[in-house]
Write a protein that binds this ligand. Structure first.
Ligand SMILES: [Zn+2]
Length: 525
């Protein structure tokens, strides 16, 4: 009888899930949360926030636990800076200091600036298999949902101030309050003076001249400052887990103070969580929405299949920085994923530990249910060759693989990968990767012996059908017989076919192009 194999690999998402259960105890449902301020284009750096919680959610679910995954749009934040990649810069400048949910969409297609930034990713996130509950904090604040909590925080101003002051060089001023507000008249947060009178009563004066004593209950213009807003929501939603970017985790950082504030003010337990690292673009800079240096999930989905996007994050520890590649590494990433898949299905051999590791990464990368049998794998590299032979025509490329396609799923998968490969060739592939099969051979000054070898190969191609191994050997026989260097022959052959000195492996390349077309080109040399 086989003994069960000892678990040698422990995925970080599994570790986090076990830790949540250990610390929070047995619960009917665990609450996971993520949050982003949509102050600019939502990019892949922000996506790490979503996918980190998502992978932990998956790990909890594989332990048969129920999970609620809430995703907060912190869109009641103030608009501080106009990102460089936004249109209508001047008009946006005039909107600074308002809530980002009150600013008109500069693209003109959504209700607000915030909503425009939210919409794209809300549409794309389900494509990578993420189900989350999106919450627009601006709507809740406006409805007065948190008014009671705001009053509660005001009543604990002293304790909050003491916690924050521990980490400040200059203590917060007397009269400091844990709240901010948008002026009901001008919509900006340009408040000169703000006093809390009692309960829901405040007195304020705005730079615009607006000045009044008012009861804020149900009015929706008062909000908590960020460092208090965060623990309030941890409390309000009874959160169990929320990780965040590493900047939040410094000593005295927002996580540190939020934990203390939640305990002191709301007397409830904080969620656990860990920091995640930044990601960047290979050969480029770190993502920064204010500078407009962004790659969106939509752009990623043009190049990478959804499961491969998940794979990138599932196969990297959250505390490791990594760069997203669009260069020739894309091919390697596809090959790595295919290998991971083969190891999962036991096709490729690996040590027990490696098998456990790759298998778990594969499960966490899956967008849909994992099939019992390994799906057909279409080599990304091969696809780039076939696509280029067929002038990047997707249907013709799929046609090339016709005999291998067994069912609808095969065809869908091939189609999806072919579209990604085509996008990659058009937008990112390095120059030496690209070629065009010529209609006419370019004018070449060739050594007569090499010319003869090219004609000889055309003759051989006409004689019969070849496998690529046979053809490969035949090429060497021809060059030997004519006493020419193989590399000189290859150079001339590639020049004839694609007007470049290099190309994909010649024998298989000739067969992929189709021998009739190659014979025609070779004979014209
Ligand atoms: Zn005002």
């Amino acid at each position: 009888m086989n003994k069960p194999k000892k678990l040698e690999f422990y995925h970080w998402a599994d570790k986090a899930a076990d830790n949540i259960i250990k610390v929070k105890g047995s619960k009917s449902k665990y609450i996971l949360a993520a949050g982003i301020t949509p102050s600019g284009t939502i990019h892949m750096g922000n996506f790490r926030e979503i996918i980190t919680q998502e992978l932990v959610k998956r790990a909890l679910e594989s332990r048969k636990k129920k999970v609620r995954f809430i995703y907060s749009w912190d869109d009641y934040d103030v608009f501080r800076k106009v990102p460089k990649n936004m249109p209508k810069q001047e008009e946006l400048q005039k909107q600074l200091r308002k809530s980002i949910s009150d600013i008109p969409d500069p693209f003109g297609c959504h209700k607000s600036y915030a909503e425009h930034n939210e919409a794209e990713i809300e549409e794309d996130v389900p494509k990578v298999g993420i189900e989350t509950e999106f919450i627009r904090q601006s709507l809740l604040y406006r409805k007065g949902t948190y008014d009671k909590e705001i009053k509660h925080a005001l009543e604990h101003t002293k304790e909050i101030k003491e916690i924050l002051d521990k980490y400040r060089k200059e203590p917060l001023k007397d009269g400091w309050l844990p709240i901010a507000m948008f002026c009901p008249k001008c919509g900006k947060d340009t408040i000169k003076s703000l006093k809390w009178l009692k309960d829901y009563d405040i007195e304020y004066e705005c730079q615009c001249g607006q000045k009044e004593k008012i009861n804020f209950k149900g009015k929706g213009f008062v909000k908590l400052l960020w460092r208090i807003d965060w623990p309030m929501r941890w409390h309000y939603y009874n959160e169990d887990f929320e990780s965040a970017g590493k900047d939040h985790f410094a000593a005295g950082g927002s996580v540190d103070t939020a934990r203390q504030i939640q305990k002191a003010v709301w007397k409830t337990e904080s969620p656990i969580g860990f920091p995640y690292e930044w990601i960047s673009i290979k050969g480029g800079q770190q993502f920064a929405s204010s500078a407009g240096i962004v790659i969106t999930l939509k752009e990623m989905l043009e190049i990478y299949q959804p499961e491969i996007i998940r794979y990138l994050f599932a196969s990297t520890r959250p505390n490791a920085e990594f760069a997203i590649s669009f260069d020739a590494d894309v091919i390697k990433i596809y090959e790595d994923f295919d290998r991971c898949e083969r190891i999962h299905y036991g096709i490729d051999q690996a040590s027990d530990k490696e098998k456990q590791k790759q298998s778990r990464i594969y499960e966490l990368s899956a967008v849909d249910k994992i099939s019992k049998k390994i799906p057909l794998q279409w080599s990304f590299r091969h696809l780039t060759t076939i696509l280029q032979i067929h002038q990047l025509d997707i249907n013709k490329t799929i046609g090339f693989y016709e005999k291998e396609i067994k069912n609808k799923e095969d065809k869908q998968r091939l189609h999806q990968r072919a579209v990604c490969a085509k996008n990659w060739l058009e937008k990112h592939a390095p120059k030496d990767f690209k070629f065009t099969v010529q209609d006419q051979p370019p004018k070449l000054k060739l050594d007569p012996k090499i010319k003869k070898a090219i004609h000889e190969l055309a003759k051989k191609l006409k004689e019969r059908d070849w496998t690529d191994v046979e053809l490969h050997n035949e090429i060497y026989i021809i060059t030997q017989n004519l006493d020419i260097k193989p590399q000189d022959f290859f150079k001339a052959a590639y020049q004839t076919l694609v007007n470049k000195e290099r190309g994909p492996r010649l024998a298989s390349f000739i067969l992929q192009i189709g021998k009739d077309q190659v014979i025609e080109l070779f004979e014209k040399v």
